[in-house]
Design a protein around this ligand. Structure first.
Ligand code: FES
Length: 570
């Protein structure tokens, strides 16, 4: 088969002349003939500090591409820095995916290596590659090394939540808290807990889209560059063999991703990203599948936010291959990876080197650990909870609602000494869904009221139509669908309404008669926040974003468009 790029470069006509001439820049004639043109889609940016080292990774990929007689072409793409973007990075995931998809399609590219790290960067690139369906492979940029403060390891993200709660509880001085920020980010790389970045790197490998054994390699570790160079060679092989994302991202691959997500105690954000990715490749995947396939998988990894250790420890202990070997019987044996071989064929040599960090199957941290999907009168289309990050005694609980109409309302009132809240209350935050905020921010893990912290309370049931950081923890029911802004019953809840969460029964209910609930008008303060933006991406997003139960992709981006471009203007 002729290479896709040859339709740009081959021949003697004026268009081929233009394409070759502008790209030549000293390249020999044979750079355009039968040599796979490999885009290195790079999310490096100084405003995405977790990915700022990816230039060096790209160099290693380029070397591998050249060794395999391909032509590497670095292609900067939209980069999303989780901690810097306002109002929330999730607002831009679909935009980044759309931009990368269009640039991969519009350019003379035969295949792509996708360099990501920070939370949304791997999901957006995977969604793009799935829609354009050109041969593609991911290089995860890797987690940072473990920092320490007061002699103890600091979990990037998770310990920010913990330390800030200690300040609010009066058990840590503000100056000490401020001092810890220089210790937290010890090296290049992304957050070092099993937060969203680590989770999505691991999930991408479980999906088969990463050179096996690469995900979780710390960013400063020279083995990341070695894997990057191998990945460059592999990208050329993918083109030669014609292996595309649609060959790899099968229902079996999503099965493996969901099982792995549970075994490592991964972020709830993976639910949204996997649903959106499945929509791009046409794999039938529903919210309930996460419960069906994952909820009875044992938690084998003792990492923050659910546990004690960090990604550095995880890699040292054997990493993802060691986990996959323990759950081999739960994996789809036929799902292949970018190598063309089954995922399960890549783990024969894997071993656990530290049984404190990675447990064996017969000694799990939690027997049934995966994400649970709840439905009920408060979440007709579903909501999720991560039981491994919750307090066991709160997994079956009824309490009166304390309702916040927006995140601003929450911040204004949460520490009011007169707020009618007790440890038994259920804190409800609405107006934070994909359409309502817009962009579905990570606010569901609401900080607890100061007066309860001072009483020693460290967890409460919280319910929200937004997301939670993958580094966060607590008994938090999130992604409630439909969201309040889309007419969900969350918009109708009032202070004092009894809310019941029963994870064993997979229920989330507001105990108000259906007729009484339906007769209520949505709260005016909540509705005031839903005014549609006038222009730009936010307007497009609000008009077309789907619910959390569908992965919050835009309705017109669902499905693949392929890589064909039949017209040009020269
Ligand atoms: Fe980039 Fe956490 S802020 S991974």
């Amino acid at each position: 088969m002729p290479l896709r790029s040859s339709s740009w470069y081959a021949g003697d006509d004026r268009n081929a002349y233009i394409h070759r001439a502008w790209m030549r820049r000293g390249a020999p004639d044979d750079a355009f003939v039968d040599r796979p043109q490999i885009a290195i889609a790079n999310t490096a940016s100084q405003l995405t500090p977790c990915n700022s080292h990816l230039g060096e990774v790209a160099d290693a990929v380029s070397a591998g591409v050249r060794e395999a007689a391909g032509v590497p072409l670095e292609m900067p793409v939209v980069s999303l820095g989780e901690t810097q973007l306002r109002p929330t990075a999730m607002l831009w995931r679909n935009m980044a995916a759309m931009a990368a998809e269009e640039m991969l399609r519009a350019n003379p590219i035969d295949g792509a290596v996708l360099l990501g790290g920070c939370d949304k960067t791997i999901p957006s690139l995977l969604m793009a590659a799935a829609s354009v369906d050109l041969p593609a492979v991911v290089v995860p940029g890797g987690p940072m090394l473990t920092g320490t403060f007061h002699g103890l390891p600091l979990g990037c993200g998770t310990d920010v939540w913990r330390l800030s709660e200690e300040v609010r509880a009066g058990t840590l001085a503000e100056e000490e808290f401020a001092r810890s920020d220089t210790a937290m980010i010890r090296s290049r790389g992304h957050c070092n807990t099993m937060g969203t970045a680590s989770t999505m790197a691991i999930v991408a490998e479980a999906l088969g889209m990463v050179l096996p054994g690469t995900a979780g390699t710390p960013a400063p570790d020279s083995r990341l560059l070695q894997a990057s160079q191998h990945t460059g060679r592999l990208a050329v092989e993918l083109v030669t063999d014609g292996r595309r994302p649609s060959d790899i991202l099968t229902s079996g691959a999503f099965h493996n991703a969901i099982v792995t997500l549970a075994a490592v105690g991964g972020s709830t954000n993976a639910v949204l990203h996997l649903l959106a990715l499945a929509g791009r490749v046409g794999v039938e995947l529903a919210l309930e599948d996460f419960d069906r396939l994952g909820s009875h998988v044992p938690l084998l990894v003792d990492l923050q936010p659910s546990g004690r250790f960090l990604m550095d420890d995880f890699f040292r202990a054997g990493g993802l291959p060691a986990v996959l070997r323990e759950i081999r019987d739960l994996l789809d044996p036929d799902a292949i990876t970018v190598t063309g071989r089954p995922l399960v064929a890549s783990i024969d040599e894997a071993a656990i080197w530290d049984h404190e960090v990675i447990r064996t199957r017969d000694q799990p941290l939690i027997a049934d650990a995966g994400i649970a999907v709840l439905t009920g009168t408060l979440a007709p289309r579903g909501a999720v909870i991560k039981p491994s990050a919750a307090s066991p005694e709160l997994l079956c609980h009824t309490g009166p609602a304390v309702v916040f109409h927006s995140i601003e309302d929450f911040h204004a009132r949460v520490d009011d000494p007169d707020l009618p809240v007790t440890a038994d209350s259920v804190m409800v935050l609405r107006g934070c869904g994909p359409r309502g905020y817009p962009g579905m921010p990570e606010v569901a893990n609401m900080p607890l009221p100061r007066k309860l912290l001072e009483q020693g309370v460290r967890d409460m049931v919280r319910v929200c139509d937004g997301r939670m950081s993958g580094t966060a923890y607590g008994t938090v029911v999130l992604h409630v669908a439909p969201e309040a802004a889309a007419g969900g019953p969350l918009a109708l809840v009032r202070d004092g309404d009894p809310i019941t969460i029963d994870v064993a029964a997979r229920r989330l209910d507001v105990d108000v008669p259906a007729g009484e609930l339906a007769a209520r008008a949505p709260n005016a303060a909540t509705c005031a926040g839903y005014a549609s933006p006038l222009r730009g991406w936010q307007r497009l997003y609000v008009d077309h974003v789907q619910g959390a139960d569908s992965g919050a992709d835009l309705d017109f981006l669902v499905g693949a468009s392929g890589s064909e471009v039949t017209r040009e203007s020269h």
